[in-house]
Design a protein around this ligand. Structure first.
Ligand code: ZN
Length: 338
C-alpha cells in the first residue's frame, strides 16, 4: 500500500514536466502547479518557460542559471514573470512543503531538487548530473535522468580524458587553428581545462559563447583570455590558420572551420576516450552526464523506495528502470509511458 501512496507524489507528464509533491513542476510547464523550477539552462529543461512565467506564482532557479538564461534568451525574457533565485542548500517553504536545491555537477548553475511534503516524504529530482562531484541525496522517491541508462553506456577508459584533450589540442596547435565544438557549458569546461594546462594561445569565441563564458567567470570559473570572433585580431588569426583555439556551438559545426583541425566534445562515446573520425577531425569523450555505472551508483546510495526514470528526454529510461528493479529490487518506472 505504501508504494501506492508514494506513486501519487511524483510523476513525469507527457510534456516532460517533472512533478514533485503538490506544488512543484520542474523543467517543463504544467498548469496544475503554482511553482516552476528550472534545474539548469539546457534547452530540454527550459521547455514551456514562457508559459510558466505567465501562469506560475513563482519560477525558481539558482542565481547562475538565471544569469545564463538572461544571456541565452535576453535580459527581458525572465521579466515576463516572478523569478526567485535559490542558492544551493537554502530551503524555500511553500504552504506545507519545502523545496531545497543541491548542486548537480553538470553545467554551471545546475541543481537537484528536494521536495519534502507534509508527511515528511523526501522527493528528489536529480536533473542532469555527473556523479563525481554531485552529492547523493537520500530519497523516498527518486526521479532521475536516464541519458546513459543502458548497460552499454559504460565508460571504462584507462586514460585521463582531460590529459588526452590537452595533448590533442597541443598537437593541433602545431598545425594552426584548433576548432572545438560543444554545447553551452561544455565549451567553458574545455576552456577551463586548457587554461589550467597553461595553454596560452588566444581563445576565439562568437558573441553568445563569449557571454556565456563571462557568466561562468562571474561564478568562479577561470577560462583565460577570450577574443570575440568578429574582432580584427581574431579574423586575422583564423584567416591565416594561426595557432589559436576557436570555440563554437555544436550547431555550427557544418558552417565553421571546415577543413581545419576540429575537435568535437561529446558524451556519446564509450569505447574510446578519443576517436579520429576523419583526418584532423576527432571526437573527445568528455561528458557532463553520469554513465550507466554512475546512475546505478546514485540509486544504490540514495536508497529510494520508488524510482521514476525520465522517459521524456533522450536516453534509456525503460532499460534503466528495468536494471534498477532487477539489481536492487526497488520498484522503478519509466515515465511518461511511450
Ligand atoms: Zn543538461
Amino acid at each position: 500500500m505504501q508504494n501506492k501512496s508514494l506513486n501519487a507524489k511524483a510523476t513525469i507528464t507527457k510534456n516532460g514536466a517533472v512533478l514533485l509533491g503538490n506544488y512543484v513542476a520542474c523543467d517543463s510547464s504544467d498548469n496544475s502547479k503554482p511553482l516552476r523550477v528550472v534545474t539548469h539552462a539546457h534547452a530540454d529543461h527550459m521547455m514551456g518557460l514562457r508559459q510558466s512565467l505567465r501562469t506560475c506564482e513563482k519560477v525558481l532557479m539558482t542565481p547562475a542559471t538565471k544569469d545564463l538564461i538572461d544571456v541565452l534568451r535576453g535580459p527581458l525574457f525572465l521579466m515576463g514573470g516572478f523569478v526567485e533565485t535559490l542558492d544551493y542548500g537554502k530551503t524555500m517553504h511553500y504552504k506545507d512543503e519545502s523545496i531545497t536545491f543541491f548542486k548537480a555537477d553538470h553545467i554551471l548553475g545546475a541543481c537537484q531538487v528536494l521536495v519534502e511534503d507534509a508527511q515528511g516524504t523526501r522527493i528528489v529530482f536529480t536533473g542532469d548530473f555527473r556523479l563525481d562531484k554531485t552529492p547523493v541525496l537520500n530519497a523516498d522517491i527518486l526521479v532521475m535522468e536516464a541519458t546513459y541508462g543502458s548497460p552499454h553506456c559504460r565508460r571504462s577508459f584507462d586514460v585521463n580524458v582531460k590529459d588526452l584533450l590537452v595533448s590533442l589540442v597541443r598537437k593541433g596547435l602545431k598545425k594552426g587553428t584548433v576548432y572545438v565544438f560543444g554545447y553551452h557549458g561544455k565549451l567553458q569546461e574545455v576552456m577551463q581545462i586548457l587554461h589550467k594546462a597553461d595553454i596560452r594561445v588566444p581563445f576565439i569565441v562568437p558573441e553568445r559563447v563569449f557571454h556565456v563564458s563571462k557568466i561562468c567567470e562571474k561564478h568562479g570559473m577561470r577560462l583565460g583570455r577570450l577574443t570575440l570572433s568578429r574582432e580584427k585580431e581574431a579574423k586575422e588569426l583564423l584567416e591565416h590558420n594561426m595557432p589559436c583555439i576557436a570555440f563554437y556551438h555544436m550547431n555550427t559545426k557544418n558552417k565553421v572551420g571546415l577543413g581545419g583541425f576540429r575537435i568535437y566534445v561529446s558524451g556519446w562515446e564509450f569505447n574510446m576516450a578519443c576517436r579520429e573520425i576523419e583526418e584532423n577531425e576527432y571526437i573527445i569523450a568528455l561528458s557532463d552526464h553520469s554513465d550507466f555505472k554512475g546512475l546505478m551508483e546514485y540509486v544504490r546510495r540514495s536508497k529510494p523506495k520508488l524510482v521514476i526514470t525520465d522517459n521524456f528526454r533522450v536516453g534509456y529510461a525503460n532499460v534503466l528502470a528495468r536494471e534498477i528493479r532487477r539489481k536492487f529490487g526497488i520498484p522503478a518506472t519509466a515515465l511518461p509511458r511511450k
